[in-house]
Design a protein around this ligand. Structure first.
Ligand SMILES: [Zn+2]
Length: 119
């Protein structure tokens, strides 16, 4: 630590951080990319307009999930609220009770792709 001209120790001056406008742009672009990838809710499969879709963290942020495309999915508000900070397996149980259906949309899609009929 430096002494000032009066011989008093001075804390180093920290400049205030810049307002993170770049990060907001980044998130907007990420949102657009998520939506362009799929316009259906990842879980229930409902078709969503750009104005109504939300972005879900498949592994919740609270559990260490990142803001990365691999961890982000188009999601309706209902599913997003229901999912909250649950893990996928916990959410599966909540989903099953709520929608009375045990397969997520993305799993149905995968089965259909493989030529098997979803349950
Ligand atoms: Zn949904």
């Amino acid at each position: 630590m430096k002494k000032n001209r009066h011989g008093i120790l001075q804390m180093p001056i920290r400049r205030p951080k810049k307002v993170p406008t770049v990060e907001i742009d980044y998130w907007d672009r990420l949102r657009e990319t998520v939506y362009s990838r799929s316009q259906h809710c990842y879980y229930c499969g409902r078709y969503l307009l750009f104005l109504e879709f939300t972005v879900d963290h498949i592994c919740p942020r609270a559990l260490g999930g990142r803001d990365h495309l691999d961890n982000l999915a188009t999601c309706c508000e209902k599913c997003n609220n229901l999912k909250g900070q649950l893990t996928l397996e916990e959410f599966r149980i909540a989903f099953e009770n709520f929608y009375n259906r045990n397969l997520f949309y993305y799993e149905q899609e995968k089965l259909t792709e493989l030529g098997q009929s979803p349950k």
